[in-house]
Ligand binder design. Structure first.
Ligand code: CLF
Ligand code: SF4
Length: 526
């Protein structure tokens, strides 16, 4: 096996880009403070400079809190790609930033801009336009930057965002800055080309196809250089990594450390989605994706390094709406033709001002609930997972039977932290429950101690209780974190009084084990 060849900060020399950057400060302006891992996706204005807060506060991917309130949209203007990933089949969208197996309708830059303006006039909380495929945003740079240029003129309040594999990135940093693209995602699955060889069969670079170790070495060096250059120019950079069990699972801890050194703002570790019917190399060779427990174990093992994003929904290259919802069907070219589009900047601002008021109320409610949790002496060392049924706005407001995605919060006396989501098939089928579906819904949240819902029927209630999960419908309409903490305090009181006996569930057991044990046992269970 070849020795690991991490590219050192500021040592990149062979790949033809000039680098003038204040790397000694650790790169990201927001990470300058000694020893403090700041600018996490859950952080707020007190944790970062006003300029950075301005950039992230209404970006649903860069701020966990914002994703409850603000929407993004993607336009599929970038069809080509310059590398091959073993988890990608070119029939579909780029799997670095979307689920495999979905195909987006490709648009010209003109069509794309028309669509963005139409969506923004209908959805005033749509604040970010991302270009994330269906190939690589920088492999077709003309289309990507034409779209950004025209959009800047027509909808100046929309933040611009792009996602790339990084190969072409160093050559594009000037263009990225020219169009005020404040947010860039680079997919970095390895910092060791020996591991890269198992993920990337080839790259196309300098007019030729390069394979094997050399391909991954070049890709790695270009990714590191691109990240450093963006950091030096003050562009917020998120790193996406696809977790591939047995290939890069433990290695992602090294990736996290290396990208943090180079100023990455966030690290988003996403599960490999791999099915034979997707026709990918990994799908056809039986490479499996991680379980939810494995994903969480790797994310937890990275804590203390680059801040983690845990609310990614692996959205498609033409997704529209809040993360986790997809309203793209409402904005087909035919429907846009019929729409009366009025891009009213004042209306958008007024709406977003209201969102900010709601958001401050949510923060205040959370702080109040945390203070109550800290003041309570009983069972103070507990940490549990709680599933939440929500359709947005940061509130408990969805019926159990209508859920297609539970949000998962880790609750203790010091936090109510969003740690992930679990997709499920909807249990309620228009007036009646699908009993065959129910076990899989319950299984999806079986490491949680409670599920907070707006409403729930008798049958699923019984099934949840049988599985040891408490169905809770008394916090309907309340802010999620406050509801979770209030339930948690009530639960602690019941434990203290002997009314219930606390039992560890999956997550608690996982947390007690060593990292390697966790991966081994989770793999066995899968
Ligand atoms: Fe799109 Fe990506 Fe920009 Fe967000 S998505 S280009 S940073 S606006 Fe977000 Fe979707 Fe996850 Fe991407 S949830 S797949 S991280
Ligand atoms: Fe596919 Fe995206 Fe990888 Fe290109 S970068 S091969 S489009 S997953």
């Amino acid at each position: 096996m070849q020795a690991t060849t991490y590219v050192g900060i500021g040592q990149i020399k062979s790949l033809g880009a000039k680098l003038e950057l204040p790397l000694t400060s650790g790169g990201c302006e927001t990470q300058g403070s000694e020893g403090k891992a700041s600018c996490g996706s859950s952080d707020g204005p007190a944790d970062m400079s006003p300029e950075i807060w301005e950039k992230v506060k209404n970006h649903p991917c860069y701020s966990e809190e914002a994703h409850h309130h603000y929407a993004r949209m993607h336009v599929a203007v970038a069809p080509a790609c310059n590398i091959q990933c073993n988890y990608c089949n070119r029939k579909y969208d780029c799997s670095n930033e979307s689920r495999p197996g979905v195909v987006s309708q490709k648009l010209t830059p003109d069509q794309a801009v028309k669509k963005v303006v139409a969506v923004a006039s209908e959805i005033p909380q749509m604040t970010v336009l991302g270009i994330a495929g269906p190939g690589d945003a920088l492999a077709s740079p003309q289309k990507t930057f034409d779209t950004f240029r025209m959009l800047q003129e027509q909808a100046p309040d929309i933040k611009l965002c792009l996602s790339t594999n990084g190969l072409a990135l160093p050559d594009m940093v000037d263009e990225i800055c020219k169009y005020n693209v404040d947010h860039v995602t680079i997919t970095i699955n390895m910092v060791d080309p020996a591991i890269g060889e198992k993920i990337y069969p080839w790259i196309f670079w300098n007019h030729k196809r390069i394979t094997g170790y050399e391909a991954s070495r070049i890709l790695h060096e270009r990714q590191m250089l691109g990240l450093e250059m963006l950091t030096a120019r003050g562009v917020l950079t998120k790193v996406n990594s696809v977790l591939i069990p047995g290939v890069n699972d433990k290695h992602l801890i090294d990736v996290n450390r290396e990208v943090k050194k180079r100023g990455a703002f966030l690290h988003n570790i996403m599960p490999l989605i791999s099915e034979a019917e997707h026709g990918t190399v990994f799908g056809l060779t039986g490479q499996r994706g991680p379980t939810a427990a494995e994903l969480k174990a790797v994310q937890d093992a990275c804590m203390g390094g680059a801040n983690l994003m845990r609310h990614c929904r692996q959205c498609r290259a033409d997704a529209v709406g809040l993360l986790g919802e997809d309203r793209s069907d409402e904005f087909t070219p035919e429907k846009i033709e019929q729409m009366e589009v009025v891009y009213d900047l004042d209306r958008r601002r007024a709406y977003q001002d209201q969102v900010e008021i709601e958001r401050q109320a949510q923060q205040a409610a959370k702080q109040e609930a945390l203070a109550a949790a800290a003041a309570m002496a009983a069972v103070s060392d507990l940490k549990v997972l709680v599933a939440v049924a929500t359709k947005g706005g940061g509130r408990v407001n969805e019926h159990f039977g209508h859920v297609t995605e539970f949000q998962i919060f880790e609750v203790s006396t010091t936090q109510a932290l969003f740690v992930g989501h679990r997709r499920v098939d909807q249990y309620c089928q228009g007036g009646f429950g699908d009993d065959e579906q129910l076990p899989s819904v319950v299984r999806a949240i079986n490491d949680c101690h409670a599920v907070l819902v707006a409403k729930i029927g008798a049958c699923p209630k019984d099934e949840l209780i049988q599985a040891g999960i408490e169905p809770v419908d008394q916090y309907v309409g309340e802010f999620i974190e406050k509801a979770a903490l209030d339930w948690f305090n009530d639960y602690r009181a019941r434990i203290a009084s002997g009314a219930v006996v606390h039992q560890n569930r999956g997550d608690a057991q996982i947390r007690q084990g060593a990292f390697t044990t966790v991966l081994a046992s989770a793999a066995k269970a899968a």
